[in-house]
Design a protein around this ligand. Structure first.
Ligand code: HEC
Length: 426
């Protein structure tokens, strides 16, 4: 375990919340390598390469970068609003322009053999690029609007694409033949995840559709659509045990792909959408990007444990009758980092068990920030309300708790009422 941590270019211990800061604009794309290194694509025209906490900036694009992928551990490919694709040598930071589309490039996929990059473009085509540069790029045409997402089959012979025209199509890579339409969602498809061994394909769309289809015959395996839209990002761990879905309202849902049930659902941005999502190779963290000039990485272990915490199964989505607003607030906004139990199971934040009347920073054994230790707050209905009315970064400037506000007074009141009971039990 220790060895794995040493070898991995980890930026923080697995299972901890961390932030990658340095971009001068929102984060639109995230990629992870097998070893856990991270690439971030940003509105600031650059790609960040994060190995040991410090970024290396890959500069070359003339506009926002929307997508980035690793090619092994030492090379990468990126594309964006300048229509261009760049190939990067991660050791030197040098970039080479592979070529360009006639419109923005929204996403990229690398063939399993690492030889070919597929690009989804708003010019309506899918580009196929020879990484070695020996053959000219090819463009697959047929979609009636911009292409947003592409995914290779495991043998690299075929490619799925999702488009703003609402359709999901299949192509033969070798000769570019269109093999047909797999599904028509009506509304534009933004993102795809393919898992051939499991026989499924997941897509997310503008209307909020989050559907799982059978690869064999295109029939629906599960419909996980919630009332939030659009779906902007999807990612899975390498084994595809867990699917993360990010939406325009800033929520991330984690779905167990064995049962197609929600594991947890949490609010992951202060404001705005989740544009970029990736899961760490060991499945312990979800990296997310949005309007903030930073990438946030959320611990998943906490999320999994959280499901077992309240009223047995499916705590947060058990239906509005069964789940009070206060409980829903807690599950979505706090449970990923806090338990309500005395056992002190490790999370990013301290257990909130017996919170009312606690002097801030006084739970034994938890490593608080200096700021919280020095504050003279005692937690009660009023101070908890203030914490999320103003936001932790304002109320206790310098705290380790990430910025987060709950703007609705009733939501805060409901949360406080829920906590008052739930932190007393056991
Ligand atoms: C991403 C993780 C994260 C989320 C989400 C989060 N917290 Fe925290 N919380 C922390 C951390 C870390 C600390 C410790 C802060 C410090 O030491 O400065 C903390 C501290 C606290 C404290 C002070 C506890 C003490 O012992 O003094 C309270 C109260 C609290 N959080 C409540 C909440 C509530 C309620 C929510 C949901 C609305 C929430 N937190 C969401 C990470 C989080």
């Amino acid at each position: 375990m220790t060895l794995a941590l040493l070898c991995a270019p980890a930026l923080a211990a697995a299972g901890e919340f961390f932030t990658l800061e340095g971009h001068g604009g929102p984060v639109k794309g995230i990629a992870v390598s097998e070893s856990g290194a991270i690439l971030t694509a940003s509105f600031d025209n650059s790609v960040g390469y994060w190995m040991d906490g410090a970024p290396r900036w890959l500069e070359g694009h003339a506009a926002a970068v929307n997508a980035v992928s690793f090619l092994g551990e030492t090379r990468a490919v990126s594309a964006g609003d300048d229509f261009a694709l760049y190939l990067w040598d991660l050791d030197t930071g040098q970039g080479r322009r592979l070529g360009a589309h006639l419109g923005k490039v929204m996403s990229l996929a690398v063939s399993p053999d690492g030889q070919t990059v597929a690009s989804a473009s708003w010019d309506g085509s899918i580009g196929l690029w020879d990484v070695a540069g020996n053959t000219a790029p090819r463009f697959l045409k047929g979609h009636e609007a911009g292409v947003n997402a592409v995914a290779f089959t495991d043998d690299g012979a075929r490619l799925y694409s999702g488009s703003a025209d609402g359709t999901l199509r299949l192509w033969r890579v070798g000769d570019g033949t269109a093999l047909g339409q797999i599904a028509n969602n009506g509304f534009g498809i933004n993102t795809l995840v393919l898992h051939e061994p499991g026989g499924w394909l997941a897509y997310g769309a503008v209307d909020g559709a989050t559907r799982i289809l059978s690869i064999a015959d295109g029939t629906e395996i599960a419909d996980l659509t919630l009332d939030r839209r659009p779906i902007l990002g999807m990612a899975a761990d390498p084994a595809r045990r867990m699917l993360a879905v990010g939406d325009g309202e800033g929520y991330i849902s984690l779905i167990d792909t064995a049962s197609w049930r929600f594991i947890v659902d949490f609010h992951a941005t202060l404001r705005g959408p989740i544009w970029a999502l990736a899961v760490s190779p060991d499945g312990t963290n979800i990296h997310a990007g949005g309007l903030d000039d930073a990438m946030f990485s959320w611990p998943v272990d906490g999320a999994e444990a959280a499901t077992r915490m309240v009223n047995g199964e499916r705590p947060f989505l058990s239906g509005s009758e069964a789940t009070s607003n206060g409980e829903a607030q807690f599950m979505r906004k706090c449970s990923i980092c806090h338990t309500l139990e005395p056992d002190g199971r490790r999370r990013a934040g301290p257990s909130l068990h017996q919170l009312f009347g606690r002097v801030a920073g006084s739970l034994p054994g938890y490593g608080y920030s200096e700021t919280l230790l020095k504050s003279d707050i005692t937690w009660d209905a009023e101070t908890i309300d203030a914490l999320f009315d103003l936001g932790p970064e304002v109320y206790v400037a310098g705290t380790k708790m990430p910025m987060q506000r709950i703007t609705g007074a009733q939501d805060r009141a409901d949360l406080v009422e829920f906590l008052r009971h739930a932190t007393q039990t056991e």
